[in-house]
Design a protein around this ligand. Structure first.
Ligand code: LLP
Length: 417
C-alpha cells in the first residue's frame, strides 16, 4: 500500500499531482509521500508492539534529512554503517542512545566518533574489531556496549548480492568464535558485550530464514546461559521484503511468526528495517526523451539513468513503471532505457507499456529505498532533486546538483599547467 494513486487519470502523490511537481522542479526527481513513510514505520512498530522493540531505521536505504526527521519524530532509532551516517543522524536530531552501528570495516576515526557521541550499540563483526573498540574506548575512558554480529549460516533465499547470513559472506562472527569471545569477555574491560546482532540479508520474502536463525540463536542463548553469560539485547537486523513484482508478506505475518521466538529470548529487541519503510514511500520520476524502433526491439529512452536509480541494472530488479497520465493507448513491449553509455542502463526489459510520447512522464515505483542513496555522478550527471509531499503541500528536500557541485574539489596540478 502506498499513497501514489490515480485521480481523473493523473497520478497523484497524496493530494499533489506528480506532473505539477515535474513542472516546478524539472526531471528526473525522486518523490516521497510523507504519509506512506509514516504508515510503514508504524506498521512495523505496531506489528512487533508485543515485544516493544526499538525500531532503528536503516538509513543506508534512504539518508535524506527530511526522511530521517519524519521517522525520528515518530520515535525511530537509526541503524548506521559509517561515520558520515552517524554525523548526519545526529545532525538531524537522532538521540545517540538510539543509534546502532554495523559495519564489517569500521575505521579508528569512526569508532572514536561513535564512542564520543555515546551511541547505544556497536554491532561488532570480528575479534580484531573488538580489540580496536576496546582500545579506543579505554583511551577515551568510556565503557561501551557491544553486540556480536552472529553469522548464523542461514541462506535468506534472496539476490546473491544482498544475502549476508551465510559463512560464504564477509559478515558476522561464527557461533563458535562468538562463544569463545563471550566466555573471555573480561579480556575487553572497556566493553560490555551484552547483545547479539543478526542480519540475514535484504528483500527477504519468507519468514523461514528468520525463524531458522532465531531458533539457532535461542539454542545459542541456552548454551550461554549454562555458562552464566547473560545478555541484554537482540538485534535481528532488517531485511523485510516488499512487493516489487510479487505480493510480499506483511509486517503482521512477519511478526506473527517471529514474536513467539522473540518473546522466548527475554531480551530487548531491536529491528533495523530500511526497505520496508522507505521503499514504497518513494517513486523516481523520469521524462520520455525519444522512442526508437530498430526493427528488432522498441526502446523508450528517458532522461533518468542507472546513475540515478541503479537497482534494475545492479540486481536486475523489477520495478513497476507507470505513465503518470493514464491513457487508452495499447500496451507494447519495450525496453525502458536511460542516456548512459552502457547497455546495462535500463529500468525495464521487454516490458508491456502503454505507448508513450516524447515528454510523457514515467513513474518508477517503490524507488524510495536504495534509490537516491546509491546514485552516482557517472557520466558527469548531477544527482537529481528530491521532493516530499505532505497532504496538498510539497517541498524540495534536496536540490538538484549543479555543474559547480560536480567539479567541486577538482583541480589541475601545477605540473600540468
Ligand atoms: N541492517 C543491516 C546490518 C544491513 O546491512 C541492512 C542492509 C539493513 C539493516 C537494512 O536492510 P533492509 O531492511 O533495507 O532490507 N542495495 C541493496 C540492498 C542492500 C542492503 C544492505 N544492508 C538493494 O537495493 O536491494
Amino acid at each position: 500500500m502506498h499513497d501514489f494513486n490515480f485521480k481523473n487519470n493523473e497520478l497523484y502523490c497524496e493530494s499533489v499531482k506528480v506532473g505539477a511537481v515535474a513542472k516546478k522542479v524539472g526531471t528526473p526527481f525522486y518523490l516521497y509521500s510523507h504519509k506512506t513513510l509514516v504508515e510503514h514505520f508504524q506498521k512495523i512498530r505496531d506489528a512487533f508492539a508485543p515485544v516493544n522493540p526499538l525500531v532503528c531505521f536503516a538509513m543506508k536505504s534512504n539518508g535524506n534529512a527530511a526522511i530521517l526527521k519524519t521517522l525520528i519524530d515518530q520515535g525511530a532509532g537509526i541503524d548506521i554503517v559509517s561515520g558520515g551516517e552517524l554525523k548526519k543522524a545526529i545532525r538531524v536530531g537522532a538521540n545517540p542512545k538510539t543509534i546502532c552501528f554495523a559495519s564489517a570495516g569500521k575505521t579508528q576515526e569512526e569508532i572514536a566518533l561513535a564512542v564520543k557521541k555515546g551511541i547505544l550499540l556497536f554491532n561488532v563483526e570480528s575479534k580484531e574489531e573488538l580489540n580496536a573498540i576496546n582500545t579506543i574506548a579505554k583511551k577515551l575512558r568510556k565503557v561501551v556496549q557491544v553486540a556480536l554480529r552472529i553469522n548464523p549460516d542461514v541462506d535468506a533465499a534472496t539476490h546473491k548480492s544482498i544475502t549476508t547470513g551465510t559463512l560464504k559472506n564477509k559478515f558476522g562472527i561464527d557461533l563458535k568464535t562468538a562463544h569463545e569471545i563471550l566466555k573471555n569477555a573480561k579480556k575487553y574491560p572497556s566493553l560490555e558485550i551484552n547483545g547479539l546482532h543478526v542480519h540475514l540479508g535484504s528483500q527477504i520474502t519468507s519468514v523461514k530464514p528468520y525463524v531458522f536463525a532465531l531458533k539457532k540463536i535461542i539454542q545459542f542463548l541456552e548454551i550461554l546461559c549454562a555458562d552464566s553469560i547473560c545478555l541484554r539485547y537482540l538485534d535481528i537486523g532488517g531485511g523485510f521484503g516488499i512487493s516489487y513484482e510479487k505480493k510480499a508478506i506483511t509486517s503482521k505475518q512477519f511478526a506473527k511468526a517471529l514474536l513467539p521466538l522473540l518473546k522466548m529470548t527475554g531480551l530487548k529487541i531491536i529491528l533495523e528495517p530500511g526497505r520496508f519503510i522507505a521503499g514504497p514511500s518513494g517513486i523516481f520520476v523520469t521524462k520520455v526523451l525519444y522512442n526508437k524502433n530498430n526493427g528488432v526491439k522498441k526502446f523508450v529512452i528517458v532522461d533518468g539513468g542507472m546513475n540515478d536509480f541503479a537497482r534494475p541494472s545492479l540486481y536486475n530488479a523489477y520495478h513497476e513503471i507507470i505513465p503518470t497520465k493514464k491513457t487508452a493507448a495499447k500496451k507494447i513491449k519495450v525496453d525502458v532505457v536511460g542516456p548512459i553509455c552502457e547497455s546495462g542502463d535500463f529500468f525495464a526489459k521487454d516490458r508491456p507499456l502503454s505507448t508513450v510520447k516524447k515528454n510523457a512522464l514515467l513513474a518508477i515505483m517503490r524507488a524510495g529505498a536504495y534509490g537516491s542513496t546509491m546514485a552516482s555522478n557517472y557520466n558527469i550527471r548531477p544527482k537529481v532533486a528530491e521532493v516530499m509531499v505532505k497532504g496538498n503541500k510539497f517541498e524540495i528536500i534536496k536540490s538538484r546538483e549543479t555543474f559547480n557541485d560536480l567539479i567541486r574539489g577538482e583541480k589541475i596540478p601545477r605540473f600540468l599547467k
